[in-house]
Ligand binder design. Sequence first.
Ligand code: 16G
Ligand code: ZN
Length: 548
Amino acid sequence: MDYSEIDHISRTCFPNNNLKNIQYGTAGFRMRAELLNHVVYRMGILSVLRSKFLNGAGIGLMITASHNEEPDNGIKIVDPAGEMLESDWEEIATMLVKVQDTELIETIKSIIKDKNIDENSSASVIIGRDSRESSLALSKAAIKPIEILKATVKDFGIITTPQLHYLVVCINSNGVYGVPTIDGYFDKLSNAFIKSQTIENKINNKKYSYTNQLYVDAANGVGAFAAKEFKKQLNNIITINIFNDGAGKLNYKCGADYVKIHQAPPLNNPSKLNIKCASIDGDADRLVYYYVDENNKFNLLDGDKIAILIVSYLKELIEASGLSINLGLVQTAYANGASTNYVTEILNVPVAFTETGVKHLHHRAQQFDIGVYFEANGHGTVIFRDEIIKMIRNSTLNKEISNQQRESVLKLSNLIDIINQTVGDALSDMLLVETILYARDWDIVMWKECYLDFPNRQLKVKVKDRNIIKTTDAERKCISPIGLQEKIDEIVSHYPKGRSFVRASGTEDIVRVYAECQDPMDVEKLAAQVSLAVYQFAGGVGEIPIAI
Ligand code: 16G
Ligand code: ZN
């Protein structure tokens, strides 16, 4: 491997800017774009090492800062099965980004030695970037060392994060998962959606009715490109009206994160009442739905509502198919308690909890035959075990089963193709939601009313060192600082159906507080009291607490 060139370019073009506290977090590295040059250069190197370590398997690199504001950017590495980078390599990534320029080559050599990497193995990297102005230069900086190290680079240019995950999986599965091109992605999802219109028998429930009009807030991000392509391909079936389509400022008062946190419509929202709207985030891996009703009330259908819609429909199909399939849902502590109650008590489907962050949910979901996972913020998907996919596909050919069973397995088989199983994908999830609403002939109000969320509130508290907060039990219990959990328990005990937890954010230098309870009048007070407890026990600084 040509280290002298790597070293020379590193020192002359991408010197370390010695950022303190830099860390490969749940979303990779994320910060102001101008600080990222040496980070992306070194991640280019690391992706080659990771690929060689895995005997030449394709590794993904995505340049994006998702829902962050335009001046930010970031980079994350995608493993060959479309999953997030393995955790011990996250530590290596942090270390590689931190070392001084003079130590870079020695560090690369020591990684090669420690990991027993065959330097002569081939290496391949698949790269994509979002639509930020800074993304092109950063992707060039990441590609530079990959070329010097003579690895193969497949640069797909401006694509959504889930498209990158799809491409990585297609390339590594030699096309079994799908055709490894952007056209292949659109064709796979669009064809399955078109097919769903013929195999789903829309039930006429007389009261509510499905409408194929959908307004999509694309956060002025890369998702607008993908949404426009689906609009074109699916024009005869669904009318997708895109706003915040790229002309405005990225993520500014729009997008899934804004809508979820502020519980308010985005900028440029159509003024019509009771119409079905969806918001995706800046890199199109999160989706929420919403509508404004006749009383001008904003109604949010977040990741929990999407998960429940999917779980209930899958359960119905599995039961009707007669197949023995174990279905489960994975949530985090942020899931509204009413959604968890609905799934466990009404649907009788098991719910597992994990820490925040896609990789945790994804891994837990793999333990079910069909695992649905969603964060309340709208990031999620469904994953099917390979044997279950085979079983479903084989059943569609089985002549011995009843018509009702065949119909269900055909529907299940087609749903598998609508879903981007590699990671949460806002547009694939949107097509899935539309398929289910169509099949049930539901409008958005009917969907919203299947259960009522408990009132909830999130606050942030600034503390001296957020790492003082340590949690257990999927972040639902705080074990440090001592005494804080007891205090939270005491506060919560005064509120019917009260629940609250605190955790250190993985993406911001703050502690997050979540609170929910039965009475909407109480929830602000509960959140404020818990925030005050955090402030007092965990060394709060500045104002107490900051409402978001
Ligand atoms: C990252 C995670 C997201 C999580 C969020 C929590 C991935 C790809 N993204 O954006 O899943 O919800 O962090 O942020 O894992 P927080 O730690 O600041 O609350
Ligand atoms: Zn995102």
